[in-house]
Write a protein that binds this ligand. Structure first.
Ligand SMILES: Nc1ncnc2c1ncn2[C@@H]1O[C@H](COP(=O)(O)OP(=O)(O)O)[C@@H](O)[C@H]1O
Ligand SMILES: [Mg+2]
Length: 238
């Protein structure tokens, strides 16, 4: 995959101060993420993975450094513009699924499309297509209580992908799932990258994901310590 990077992080730092104690969580992260592949960031719990994902996706302002996404310097925008950027271009999948108990699978996917200005028949068609892509057409009428963990995460993926975002951010998407469901979920993330050209950036401490990723980075102690492609036939491109 030779495409230009869609996410460029330069010298990203982030500290958290609580009382008189300041913890430096990210200490200068440089990273370029390309579209059309599943990039996985691994690291132990507390190593700053969620902080890094949040900085890259406009959810948490870094203390220093530059985040460039789709050619836009994200943190130079005002808060409203960052929100609009996220709405237009970014999908999110989290460990906890974040589904609404009172909505069916179809409603979970179709309602948020309204925030992107997609409504009516167009929204219904996009939601149906996204649910079909994750294999849930026959379960679309069910509420979360009637769905398994794996099915809930597939709904969350359909919700994230229905608006066809250029970027998909996933934070520990498989941590609440068993092996089979975890693999189904990571296969869908990979399909989004390979099939749609989406930039998929996933952070996790789950080593089961490594085999499925196109590229695996490790962060430790606030810095990137390795950057590899599990398939040796694919060279690392800088
Ligand atoms: N909002 C916050 N306030 C204070 N400390 C935080 C905050 N968010 C994260 N941290 C701290 O930063 C470190 C990294 O957190 P995080 O990015 O969630 O790690 P990971 O996702 O790798 O488990 C942890 O020590 C955590 O306690
Ligand atoms: Mg985390």
């Amino acid at each position: 995959m030779n495409a230009e990077p869609t996410i460029r992080l330069s010298a990203i730092e982030r500290s958290f101060t609580q009382g008189s104690v300041t913890a430096r969580v990210l200490k200068g992260i440089d990273l370029a993420v390309r579209p059309g592949e599943l990039t996985l960031i691994m690291g132990p719990s507390g190593s700053g993975k969620s902080t890094l994902l949040a900085a890259a996706s406009g959810l948490l302002r870094p203390s220093a450094g530059r985040v460039e996404v789709l050619g836009t310097e994200l943190w130079a925008l005002d808060a409203g513009a960052i929100d609009r950027f996220r709405l237009e271009h970014c999908g999110f999948v989290f460990q906890g699924f974040n589904l609404f108990a009172a909505l069916t699978a179809f409603e979970q996917v179709v309602y948020p499309l309204g925030f992107s200005g997609i409504t009516g028949r167009e929204a219904a068609a996009a939601a149906a297509e996204a649910l079909d892509a994750v294999g849930l057409t026959k379960r679309a009428h069910l509420y979360p209580a009637a769905l398994s963990g794996g099915e809930k995460q597939r709904v969350a993926i359909a919700r994230a992908l229905a608006k066809r975002p250029r970027l998909l951010f996933a934070d520990e998407p498989t941590s609440a799932l068993d092996k089979t469901n975890g693999e189904a979920v990571v296969a869908l993330l990979k399909e989004a990258a390979h099939g749609r050209g989406t930039t998929v950036l996933c952070v996790s401490h789950d080593p089961r994901l490594i085999a499925h990723a196109d590229r695996v980075l490790r962060i430790e102690d606030g810095l990137v310590t390795s950057d590899e492609r599990p398939d040796p036939a694919k060279p690392i491109l800088h």
